[in-house]
Structures are given as structure tokens and as C-alpha cells.
Write a protein that binds this ligand. Structure first.
Ligand code: SF4
Length: 334
């Protein structure tokens, strides 16, 4: 039986945090262990350019993501780990697919509208990359002929557009692309420590995967809890507290039951509740950090070796698709 191709990417920006891990990466590990699936994990360093970061930061973050993938348990031999920039054919496919996509479709993408509004408020230029980002994403997905795409809720409109482009191409030029399925079963929304929404780099409300136990303690101690619990004797509603949502993701059933009952009855104070959470976060992070520190010995050279090997494997597959697409569109390599 042919293996299903699973593709997922992550932008090379900043440190990885608990939200990335619990919301996506943990699920990537499960997918990568499934014998019926072949996973391609790429670091979207071309997408990162839409926000124009320092080149040194992009390179540093890219290598860190590779080493983190290995630290959480992804095997670079069974899964393909590569940098988007290692496959020039993806950029070529981006152009070919852009010619099948209307400006109106791109302008109505929520991600573009949100970024454009934000840039206009800051009087910053809205670059073309921000508009055409979903076409490059379609090329990322369709290039390796992916069947399944595990992405967060915010990326669903982009995958829907990819599906439309795949169908459009297949109608115009004959069956070429599988129409990729969204893999959303395990999508988990991880709350931030500020109690205002999702955990995210730009919100500065994260626990980073490499935070030391002391840093975790400091961050959780300062985290926003249910505002009804002003005094120790005030009862609270755990569902109004983002830390309870983290407990639900990390704590054992018995602890969760105690926290819920203790919060609602005020028998447990926030300090004790936070101590349990800190313990569980540190327990989760300890093996990941141990593995990551072990990889320090091999250094960034190891990350480059993985990217080099993964790039070759990804390119081999994607180049065949792009050659086929060019042939069908009447623009082959002469
Ligand atoms: S006891 Fe725990 S769940 Fe309740 S408000 Fe305090 S930190 Fe949140």
C-alpha cells in the first residue's frame, strides 16, 4: 500500500514554545511514527522573509528548529526534514500556481487582511509576499503531492485555497494533484500566560521549550489567573483561568480533579495550584531539554547535515512534480 504523504511546515521565527509543542509538534511525532504515512517536515524560511528578519536570525532559528524536531523524537531517517529554500522547484511551482490564482482570492484571505491592517496602522509597506503567501503555501503542499496537511485553525483558509487550486489545475490540465485533506483531529489551542488568548511569540505569553525550571516557575508565578480569586479565600472558576487549561493538557486525572475542586471551593490556593503545574511542565520539558543539550555536542553541523540530506530527498520528489506541471502547462525545460 502506498504511504500517505503528510506535509507540515513551521516558520523560522523565534524560540519554540509549549504552544508549538502541545498544539502541533507532539502530534507530528505521532504522525511520523505511523507506518502508513510518510512525513515531510519543512522549515518555511522563505515565508519568514515576508516579515523581513535579520538573515542571521533566520539561519539560527532554522537550525534550532531542526535540533528541536530531533529532541522531541522525530527521526530524520524515517521523516524528511528540510528547509523550504533547499527546494528551488517550490518557488518555480509558486509562479506556475500564481498564474492560476486570482488577486481577489488572495485579497480576501483573513491572514492577509489582518497583516495588511496591522501594517497600515504602523505605516509599514505591505509587501507582495504577504499577499501571495497562500500561493507559496499551495506550492509547498502540492509539490510533494501531499495527501494530508496538519495545520492550525488560522491556516485553514490557506489549505482550502490549495484544494481549490489543485482541483482547478486537475480540471484544466488533467489529473495531477491529490486534493489534500486537512488533518485537524488533534489541533489543540494552547492558551497564553496573559489570559488573553493563544500562546504565541508575538504575544510574549509563552513558556519556551528551553526554559529552565527557574524560568518556568517565574513565568507561571506571574501568569494571570481567574480574576475572581483576589483573596486566598475567594472561590474561583477554573474555566476562567488559562492555567487550568494548561492543567487539562498536562496534569494527571487525579491532579486535575483536585485542582478543579480546590479552585471552586477555595480549598486550594493559586500558589499551590501553580506549583503542580510547574512540576508537570518541567517534567514534560526535562527529556526534551536533555536531548537538546546532548545535541549541542554535534552542534549546528548536525542540523546542516540533516537539512542537506532532507533537502535532497524532498527535492527529488518535488522536482518530478514540477517537471510534470511545466510539461502540462506548455513550459517545459528545453
Ligand atoms: S486555583 Fe488554579 S485554576 Fe483556580 S484560578 Fe488559581 S491558578 Fe487558576
Amino acid at each position: 500500500m502506498d504511504k500517505k504523504i503528510v506535509l507540515s511546515g513551521i516558520r523560522a521565527t523565534g524560540k519554540l514554545h509549549l504552544g508549538n509543542y502541545l498544539g502541533a509538534m507532539k502530534y507530528f511525532v505521532q504522525l511520523s511514527e505511523d507506518k502508513h504515512k510518510q512525513c515531510f517536515f519543512f522549515i518555511a524560511n522563505l515565508h519568514t522573509l515576508t516579515t523581513r528578519m535579520d538573515p542571521r536570525d533566520i539561519v539560527r532559528d532554522l537550525k534550532e528548529i531542526v535540533l528541536t524536531y530531533i529532541s522531541i523524537g522525530i527521526n530524520p531517517e524515517s521523516s524528511v526534514i528540510f528547509a523550504q529554500s533547499s527546494v528551488p522547484e517550490t518557488s518555480e511551482l509558486n509562479w506556475l500556481l500564481a498564474c492560476l490564482t486570482s488577486v481577489a482570492e488572495l485579497e480576501k484571505m483573513p491572514h492577509f487582511k489582518e497583516k495588511k491592517d496591522m501594517k497600515e496602522v504602523l505605516h509599514e509597506t505591505v509587501n507582495v509576499g504577504l499577499l501571495t503567501y497562500p500561493v507559496l503555501m499551495a506550492a509547498d503542499i502540492l509539490g510533494p503531492l501531499a495527501n494530508m496537511v496538519p495545520v492550525g485553525e488560522d491556516q485553514h483558509p490557506h489549505v482550502e485555497l490549495t484544494r481549490d487550486i489543485a482541483r482547478r489545475f486537475n480540471i484544466l490540465y488533467g489529473d495531477t494533484f491529490p486534493v489534500p485533506e486537512l488533518l485537524e483531529g488533534e489541533a489543540i489551542r494552547v492558551p497564553g500566560l496573559d489570559g488573553k488568548g493563544k500562546m504565541g511569540k508575538s504575544n510574549q505569553n509563552t513558556i519556551d521549550l528551553m526554559d529552565s525550571p527557574g524560568e518556568v516557575l517565574k513565568k507561571i508565578s506571574r501568569a494571570v489567573t481567574d480574576t475572581a480569586r483576589v483573596r486566598r479565600s475567594d472561590t474561583g472558576n477554573p474555566f476562567n483561568c488559562s492555567l487550568y487549561a494548561l492543567h487539562q493538557l498536562l496534569s494527571a486525572d487525579a491532579e486535575l480533579k483536585d485542582v478543579h475542586a480546590g479552585c471552586a471551593s477555595a480549598k486550594m490556593g493559586c500558589v499551590d495550584c501553580k506549583k503542580i503545574l510547574v512540576k508537570n511542565i518541567n517534567q514534560l520539558l526535562a527529556p526534551i531539554q536533555a536531548k537538546r543539550f546532548e545535541l549541542n555536542e554535534k552542534g549546528s553541523k548536525y542540523a546542516i547535515e540533516i537539512l542537506h540530506e532532507g533537502g535532497k530527498r524532498a527535492r527529488k520528489r518535488i522536482a518530478v512534480t514540477v517537471e510534470n506541471v511545466k510539461e502540462k502547462m506548455g513550459v517545459p525545460l528545453y
